[in-house]
Design a protein around this ligand. Structure first.
Ligand code: UD1
Length: 363
């Protein structure tokens, strides 16, 4: 069986790592196509080297652009790749522009498509990711759902027959790296200057267009972080840096200390060293849950609803509209002591994905 993975953005490289490792132990051929949606070394190369992923077989080099330009560039470039490779499966990951373009290009070439992390829904039509995941699910042949909740969403949309519960491959990689960090196999993470890893600090990230692209909102959120009573290590995504510069918003202010994004092992180690996380990232909400820290999410909703149970994750869509002491109390609360269960699976999802692809390929 020949499987062609289409990836392009940072979270997809994290998911690719356990999948590539699972294929490495089989006779199947695994071809990696990098669209080039993310191209900065700290959003792309460090994930290949740091997570032991083989170099991409094909690099499309599409880069940044508006949604139409970026998605269209991937679509246009994929035709030749798929015609040359003729894989048995095109495997697409998550919900980025690279995901929907990869899926659509394969469908147009009559190639079977599998969607990893199928069935997630925010029901927020303002999010580009929501269009991407709904469209990808409806054009894919095999829907690899990470959770029971995702299975239910797909059933509600009439997609049960194509759906299989695979578990979440991010658990595989997150727990593997956690164990390596605990075993001292990774150097201490490069935290922003001004953060003492031996003292309580919060780890923060912010990159959703809804939070970064409106200058007044971005300024207010950064001020809310700056006013917190503990130091905040803000790992700044290039989109955040670009928007802040454009609008003259200073990111390093008050409690906030800023640095570039971390490689994956550094991020896991930083979460483990932190007293809690404030974020609008999907992946980080789940990683924080898996690493047993409290997460505060600056969004009105989450796709990862399981993290909300027992208060491990709390939504705070508008921290700047909360009373300062309430916001501080929420963001700095300790991790709950409630049992969490394993809603995302047991860390063997990548192997299950390979089995499900084999099974569906045999027909
Ligand atoms: C993308 C995904 C989002 C995912 C995120 C993870 C879409 C619609 N969005 O958002 O779902 O959560 O990746 O990081 O696919 N830039 C750089 N260097 C890079 C890449 C981007 O400087 O290597 C800057 C550019 O200014 C670019 C901006 O970041 O315009 C946004 O990049 P883009 O890939 O369009 O979206 P993300 O915000 O990264």
């Amino acid at each position: 069986m020949k499987v062609l993975s289409v990836v392009g953005a940072r979270p997809q490289l994290v998911k690719l790592a356990p999948i590539a490792a699972a294929f490495a132990g089989t006779d199947h051929q695994h071809v990696i196509v990098h669209t080039g949606q993310h191209y900065d070394a700290d959003l792309s190369d460090v994930f290949f080297s740091g997570l032991g992923i083989p170099d991409p077989d094909v690099h499309l080099g599409v880069g940044s652009g508006s949604h139409g330009v970026q998605t269209g560039a991937v679509l246009a470039a994929m035709d030749k790749v798929l015609a040359d490779e003729r894989p048995d499966w095109v495997l697409v990951y998550g919900d980025t522009n690279s995901t929907v373009a990869g899926a659509l290009s394969a469908v147009k070439m009559h190639l079977p498509v599998a969607h990893l992390e199928a069935g997630l829904r925010s029901f927020n039509r303002r999010m580009p990711e929501e269009h991407n995941r709904v469209l990808t699910d409806h054009c894919a042949d095999l829907l690899l759902a990470p959770t029971e909740e995702a299975v239910r969403h797909l059933a509600n949309e009439g997609l049960s027959e194509r759906t299989r519960l695979a578990g979440d491959v991010m658990v595989d990689i997150c727990l593997r790296i956690r164990d390596a960090v605990l075993a001292g196999e990774h150097p201490a993470p490069a935290l922003p200057e001004g953060i003492d890893p031996d003292e309580p600090f919060l780890l923060a990230t912010l990159h959703r267009p809804d939070n970064t692209d409106d200058p007044a909102r971005l300024a207010a959120i950064v001020e809310s972080l700056a006013a917190l009573p503990v130091p905040v290590a803000l790992l700044a995504h290039p989109r955040l840096v670009a928007r802040a510069e454009e609008h003259g918003i200073k990111l390093t202010q008050g409690s906030v200390h800023t640095s570039r994004p971390l490689p994956y092992a550094g991020l896991v180690a930083a979460v483990m060293a932190s007293s809690g996380v404030v974020t609008d990232s999907g992946g980080l909400q789940k990683e924080t849950f898996l690493l047993e820290r409290a997460c505060t999410t600056i969004r009105p909703e989450t796709e990862w609803v399981e993290t909300l149970e027992g208060g491990w994750n709390v939504l705070a869509p508008n921290p700047h509209e909360m009373a300062a002491d309430e916001w501080a109390k929420l963001a700095t609360r300790p991790a709950p002591s409630t049992e969490r269960g394993t809603p995302y699976g047991d860390g063997t999802a990548a192997r299950r994905v390979v089995e499900l692809l084999e099974e569906a390929h045999r027909g």
